[in-house]
Write a protein that binds this ligand. Structure first.
Ligand code: FES
Length: 71
């Protein structure tokens, strides 16, 4: 059986292969992007990155309702 999508979390930028745990160390999205390029290739993780820096949470539900603030 496939894993339950409702349990799915986004916890990394796949394009630059960095976890949100690592990226959080940069303190701001701008600094993380300048150093790693995260969120700038496919941009699929970008709303999750924004929510990660806003909330401090390093694993975000795939369909977290707060993401609507970052689209
Ligand atoms: S997953 Fe982060 S830019 Fe593609």
């Amino acid at each position: 059986m496939e894993s339950d999508m409702s349990e799915a979390k986004v916890d990394r930028c796949e394009c630059v292969n960095r976890t949100f745990e690592e990226l959080k160390e940069f303190k701001t999205l701008e600094m993380a992007q300048a150093s790693t390029g995260c969120g700038q290739e496919c941009e699929g993780c970008l709303p999750y990155l924004q929510l990660m820096f806003a909330s401090g949470e390093t694993a975000i539900d795939l369909d977290d309702p707060r993401l609507s603030d970052y689209n």
